[in-house]
Design a protein around this ligand. Structure first.
Ligand code: PMT
Length: 423
């Protein structure tokens, strides 16, 4: 996150009492930057450290940054119930970095040091930012523990994918301090319109098999859809993510359905959409599939150029739009039909084509994004978009991260949900 959005989020924490818990990982040094960011935004920051954290960053560093002693031991003060007082004082608590061990303690309710004891006393919003090696993050125990915390209302932010300790690369890196601050600001806002809503998000590209070796596919990485799923979950929605093949880690608190082909995606989406409040279709669905699937690998010498016959795939979004129109015209809606949000991959931000797709497929909102630039569209972390609404909305979003664009899209969805409740 850059520029004014970052300052804006930090200012939302102004005057708040923040408890910052730090555990023992190499990313502990980033907690110092986080403490500084929070203090700069006007928050009072009380740091508590696990014994492991002090191996990486000393209490004196945090004391210098926050102007308050950083506590490490449960008996640091004569005050007999040190941890209870620290928890009561907090308007919000953030644990960054949170190691696999700390997350396991939180999930199990263990209280054997100052940080875990304080956690068990908290009644304020809690944000947890995990950081660990990829193997530890992917371990079923860690994933179960994270799901337990998310279910109990803890806001889990990250981890990111990138360079880890020892030169390894993969998911497990602590998210930027600015992203943590934004998550904290979101956690403190009053209940959001997306909270408790059932949201179906599609992500990634579909693969249409020709034979056991080859398929027709596209360049979608899933990053845009996963950012949307994470953002909806962060806002309290119950998210069902229908994903084509991707290497991305499952966003915390989200239930993922893996599919491969457009037909499989259609089946999953239509089933999940029945009682959804919102459907967001960021997936790049193959428009065509081979008419015949060859069970045996086609030998090169038998594969003539131009010989793969294709047939059209169903348009899932158009089906959802048509179904909604039909149910509305029959007046037989068992509950309100879901809001429909689509994406359009275009080589320019052509408004007319975007509007045509919006109306033709019966969407409430379309996000037209560029796929002809190095910093937007497929398989990058940034994007450029034009949002068009059935209600006349027109908003251009210049170069930004996919996480931030997801925030803008969710803001718009929330505005539509509020309009719907009021009508
Ligand atoms: O995954 P990333 O690497 O992060 O890349 C993100 C993205 C570029 C794939 C994403 O931002 C995006 O633009 N997704 C939509 C791509 C697309 O299929 O656009 P379209 O104009 O062909 O389709 C319009 C809408 O109809 C889309 O919401 C699409 O999901 C939907 N559709 C399309 C075809 C089809 N058979 N069924 C559909 O539901």
């Amino acid at each position: 996150m850059v520029g004014f959005a970052q300052d804006f989020a930090a200012k939302e924490l102004s005057g708040r009492h923040v408890l910052l818990g730090v555990s023992g990982g190499i990313a502990a040094y980033k907690a110092a930057a986080l403490a500084r960011e929070l203090v700069k935004g006007g928050a009072t920051v009380q740091v508590v450290l696990t014994p492991g954290a002090t191996q990486f960053v000393g209490a004196a560093t945090f004391a210098g940054l926050t102007g308050r002693p950083a506590h490490t031991g449960i008996f640091d003060e004569a005050h007999a119930i040190h941890h209870v007082r620290l928890a009561r004082e907090a308007d919000i608590a953030v644990f960054a970095p949170a190691t696999a061990n700390l997350i396991a303690k939180f999930a199990a309710g263990l209280a054997d040091d100052l940080v875990s004891s304080t956690f068990t006393c908290l009644t304020c919003p809690v944000v947890v930012a995990p950081a660990m090696h990829t193997e530890m993050w992917s371990h079923t125990a860690t994933q179960d523990n994270i799901a337990t915390l998310a279910r109990r209302g803890v806001l889990v932010v990250g981890p990111d994918e990138g360079e880890l300790a020892g030169g390894d690369v993969g998911p497990g890196r602590l998210v930027d301090p600015a992203t943590i601050v934004a998550a904290m600001a979101a956690a403190l806002r009053p209940s959001r319109p997306l909270a408790g809503q059932r949201v179906v998000v599609t992500a990634g590209g579909t693969r249409e098999p020709i034979d056991p070796v080859r398929y027709i596919g596209n360049r979608s990485s899933g990053k845009m859809g996963y950012a949307l799923a994470a953002e909806c979950s962060r806002r309290g929605a119950r998210v069902e993510l229908v994903s084509g093949p991707t290497w991305l880690p499952e966003p915390a608190g989200v239930s993922t359905h893996s599919v491969e082909t457009a037909l499989q995606m259609r089946d999953a989406v239509l089933e999940l959409a029945v009682d959804a409040d919102v459907v967001i279709k960021a997936a790049a669905v193959a428009d065509f599939r081979p008419t015949v699937y060859h069970r045996q690998k086609i030998r090169k010498e038998h594969l003539e150029l131009g010989s793969v016959e294709l047939e059209r795939n169903p348009d899932i979004l158009a089906e959802l739009g048509a179904d909604r129109r039909r149910r509305q015209s029959e007046g037989a809606i068992p509950g309100p039909a879901p809001l429909l949000v689509g994406f359009a991959a275009e080589t320019d931000l052509e408004e007319e084509r975007g509007r045509d797709k919006l109306h033709r497929k019966g969407m409430d909102l379309i996000v037209v994004n560029r796929v002809d630039m190095a910093d937007a569209g497929f398989n990058v972390d940034t994007n450029r978009a034009l949002l068009l609404g059935a209600d006349g909305l027109r908003a251009e979003v210049g170069l930004t991260t996919k996480a931030e664009l997801a925030g803008v899209v969710c803001d718009q969805i929330e505005a539509l949900l509020v309009q719907r409740q009021q009508s």
